[in-house]
Ligand binder design. Sequence first.
Ligand code: HEM
Length: 503
Amino acid sequence: MLITILLLLLTTFLAVLRRPLWVYIQRMLERQQGRLPPGPFSWPLIGARGNKLVTPWETMTEWAQHYGPIVSFFQGSVFTVVLSDIEVIKAAFKLPAFEGRPLNHFFKEPLGQGIAFTEGARWRKHRKLVVSALRGLAISGNPQMLFDDHLKQVAWNLVERLKSDGPGTAIDPKSLLNVAAGNVISFVVAKDVLTQTDPRLRKILTSVSDIFSAIPSSDILSILPWLKGVPPFNAQTNSFADAFNRLFGVVGDVVADRRHTLSATTQDAEPVDFADAMFRRQRLSDSDDELKDEEIIGMASEIFFAATEDITLSLRWMVLLLTMHPDVQAKLQNEIDAVIGHLRAPSVSDRASLNYLEAVRLESMRYSCETPFSLPHRVTEDTTFMSYHIPKDTTVVANFYAHNTSEAFWGDPNVFRPERFLDGAGKLNGLSSQLLGFSTGRRSCAGENVAKLTLMVLLATAMQNVAFSFPDGEAGPPLVRTNGTALHPPVHKILVIPRTIPA
Ligand code: HEM
């Protein structure tokens, strides 16, 4: 009896593993022949393990130093290629063959209606819709003016909260910055449906944070994805799906409210937010090109998901780095005093004049490496790239950490020095094109302009009105980056000192 059970288990095991084992043997043989990019030894089904399990960005960077800018290996049973050179990344991500997304245990369900986790015709359609709706807000005309007014309001509320919470007691600004990011993105998605105090905003921010916590940088499921349905391994996949379902639920509610408020008011000439743009598109589409409500909710949810966490992270890093570098903070305040003064609020139209502020944002994104990797891409057909064969379904990831910390490229990558992005006259020197925090190519961040304007207005308003410092006698925290999907700054507390207006 025992032997029969064991034989049964063995047969099932081999049946499940036949395909991944066959792919493993094929890829390893091809790699030995030099057709596939080089890389570390990978065990069947387990894959390659670096020395630094909890800091995969460092492992991948060490591999790039050893094997070169295109490295291949197995992550569990998934054949993966990591690109670590900026020119190689730019060349790959502009090719249609690299525009897919791997549908692994995380990204399969309940996603698939939006933009970030779709591919093919649906992704192309959604990408066009999102990019054009966001461009309307960020580029010109009435939508931009409304967005600007909203940014000023959010920035002012943030400063008021910082001033009331921070002068006497040291605070961790994380949740204030997160609420500010949430307020901006609420407007982007559905104008004034979500007020500052609407409990749905808190629910959205909590769901987004839960989604990110459910994607650890390395876990047993990324090694053995076929365990995803088996207890206790399914707990992680379930909590990811649960957080996404919660997000879809609340965002669905917000989108429905926006439809209601729009139908009760006179329409603006141009769409003033994402939902407005999508409802107009729905009215125009014929049955072949229908845009379903679930698709609008899917895209809107992913805008919240993609935007709020990254904007919060950027703000947290900028506040920490400015607190650690009082000289940079003083220079930034001087620029704001000179360009804007204290009689009016910073606005999106100031962006072109605030070169030092832009350099601080760029250097903060470079130095922090807050996005160490792109999202994973999937190669949609057998491809030859830089004379290597990249088989269909290979997962491809760009390693921005390797580039941002490259000594050969930056000279002194471990020094926080915004001046590297400026020329002798204090103008931007063009080096910003060598930074890929928003990725590059066909899948690059769809909200890059919205993000840049948001960071600019929030930071300029903060620096116009307050200064940051560590409590007396305290040094800044040691700079340990944590988490693998997005790198977080170490926990820190700061004092917020209201600025006296210079005479
Ligand atoms: C500092 C803030 C932000 C950073 C650092 C950032 C970074 C990124 C990165 C690295 C990707 C992955 C690109 C790839 O797979 O190659 C991405 C994708 C995306 N981002 Fe952002 N992002 C930010 C803010 C935003 C904002 C404000 C929005 C929307 C308002 C947004 C919307 C998106 C969307 C929709 C995608 C998926 C694009 C696609 O799959 O086609 N992001 N972002």
